[in-house]
Design a protein. Structure first.
Length: 225
């Protein structure tokens, strides 16, 4: 099928599972995202376990995986806007990923971080951020929220955060001289490879929500201004 075909099919399946878990919420959501965080931790530990300073790296991996789980839990547990906030996050990150891929391949140009990820371009990042911002605003509009300028700023911020999350994982893998974190997802590698940008965006979203409205209303704090 080729790499692109595998990426598309895998992405559709994973997206469907993620949306279904968000819709169900509760224990189902916690189990799914707890399992995903666990898989991220396992892949991290496989990469660092036989290297110098492995204890420090292992603790860092635990914090990395917990950031994913706790961020998603705090956002979804908001009884008012938890589901919408998670869908907003999905829309921003997924659109950023897709538009960055196709924009970068179409226009090329100067590299974003050639020493870390040689294939990423500034044109790809700009296209991704524009697409992610638009997708996030569209989702909020469909959900019935009154759009404000800050929603566009938040969507753009989370889009940029997802790009830097991707670059962080690329730098991590380059440091340990590995190409993929795993082989469990056809066309994508491992779960770290698939969730790298999403993890950072989720952590930023949860932090903004907590700072604005507290732990019990993180999603409302993210979306209501």
């Amino acid at each position: 099928m080729g790499e692109l075909g595998l990426r598309v099919i895998s992405a559709i399946v994973l997206a469907g599972m993620a949306i279904a878990s968000a819709w169900w919420g509760g224990a189902v959501f916690l189990i799914v995202w707890g399992a995903l965080a666990g898989l991220v931790l396992v892949e991290w530990l496989k990469i660092v376990w036989n290297k110098p300073g492995r204890v420090v790296w292992a603790v860092s991996g635990l914090a990395y995986a917990l950031a994913l789980f706790l961020s998603m839990w705090l956002l979804r547990s908001d009884p008012r806007l938890g589901f919408v906030a998670v869908l907003f996050l999905f829309a921003v990150v997924w659109a950023t990923d897709v538009l960055a891929y196709f924009t970068g391949r179409t226009f090329g140009g100067p590299k974003l971080a050639p020493r870390i990820s040689p294939k990423k371009t500034w044109s790809g990042m700009i296209g991704g951020v524009i697409g992610g911002t638009g997708a996030g605003l569209l989702l909020l509009s469909v959900a019935g929220l009154e759009l404000r300028w800050i929603h566009a700023a938040l969507a753009a911020l989370l889009s940029v955060a997802s790009v830097f999350g991707d670059l962080f994982e690329s730098a991590f893998k380059r440091h340990f001289a590995v190409k993929d974190s795993g082989q469990l997802i056809p066309g994508h590698g491992g779960f770290m490879d698939r969730l790298d940008g999403f993890l950072v965006a989720a952590a930023v979203a949860a932090l903004i929500g907590i700072l604005h409205a507290g732990f019990s209303a993180a999603a409302s704090g993210l979306l209501e201004w």
